[in-house]
Write a new protein. Structure first.
Lengths: 131, 145
């Protein structure tokens, strides 16, 4: 039986599972969106850090207790760790083969999640203590 | 064959013997261009910043924990090792920031013209140097003044 060929790719090639997983576009887009947001957020943080140079803990606590600063810090933390794990995933996908690739990706996501949550809790504590 | 993609390298020579096709030459034989440097630096600084985020985490956790813990962070940050780490941290941040802006421009189709590639690569490096020096000049003036 002669089937009409609509896909210029061998059935074996498709069955082997190489090629698009149909989920890459979102990863790509989210990396760009977080990058765009991190441009002003990073500049704000560097600016703020310069203002806090050598400042004692109470001054830093008061700064982080301000609603706007606390919100910007939470946004910076979320987007930084999201962007970091998304970027590191691409690096792993380029250089690591086999099952260790998945382990590296999932491990990094877990560490990024924990570090992000810990930092967020610290900001929340400083914010709540100031109010 | 450890990887099924290796199958693509199996071929027959004109005399019928099965041969493994050669790989095209890789990084080792090319002269380094500034575009290559800025491309790999974006990846390296991204990895460095991921690790460097630990300083931010430490700083925030210590600030939340209290004056004693915070004093410990500050002591580290103004130590020779701490200053070196933060110098690398700021340089990596500014490079990744400026190279990232360039990437975002590429994503909307700006900046692919061949004549601009080398100058813009140098511009990213120059902007990194200027921003880093500026931040550390302010740091020096504030901590010493």
């Amino acid at each position: 039986m002669a089937e009409k060929i609509t896909v210029m790719r061998s059935q074996l090639g498709r069955a082997r599972g190489l090629g698009s997983a149909k989920a890459g576009a979102e990863h790509w887009g989210v990396t760009r969106i977080s990058a765009t947001a991190l441009v002003p957020l990073s500049l704000w943080f560097v600016w703020s850090a310069l203002g806090l140079l050598g400042a004692p803990q109470p001054a830093v606590a008061a700064w982080a207790g301000h609603p706007l600063n606390a919100a910007l810090l939470l946004a910076l933390i979320f987007l930084t760790f999201h962007h970091a794990q998304a970027g590191l995933q691409v690096v792993y996908e380029d250089y690591i083969k086999g099952t260790s690739r998945a382990a590296a990706i999932l491990g990094t996501k877990a560490v990024a999640l924990l570090l992000g949550l810990m930092s967020s809790l610290a900001v929340l504590k400083l914010f709540l203590a100031a109010h | 064959m450890s990887d099924i993609r290796d199958a693509q390298f199996v071929a027959k020579a004109t005399d019928g013997t099965v041969v493994r096709r050669p790989l095209s030459p890789h990084l080792g034989i090319y002269r380094w261009e500034i575009t290559m440097v800025s491309s790999i630096l974006n990846r390296i600084t991204g990895i460095a910043l991921s690790v460097g985020s630990l300083v931010l985490v430490w700083w925030l956790l210590a600030a939340a924990a209290g004056p004693q813990s915070f004093a410990l962070v500050q002591e580290f940050l103004i130590s020779p090792l701490g200053l070196l780490v933060m110098l690398g941290w700021t340089a990596a941040l500014f490079f990744h920031l400026f190279a990232g802006i360039r990437h975002l421009a590429w994503d909307v189709g700006i900046g692919f013209a061949k004549p601009g590639l080398n100058p813009v690569s140098w511009l990213v490096l120059a902007a990194t140097a200027v921003a880093t020096i500026l931040v550390w000049a302010v740091t020096y003036a504030r901590l010493e003044g």
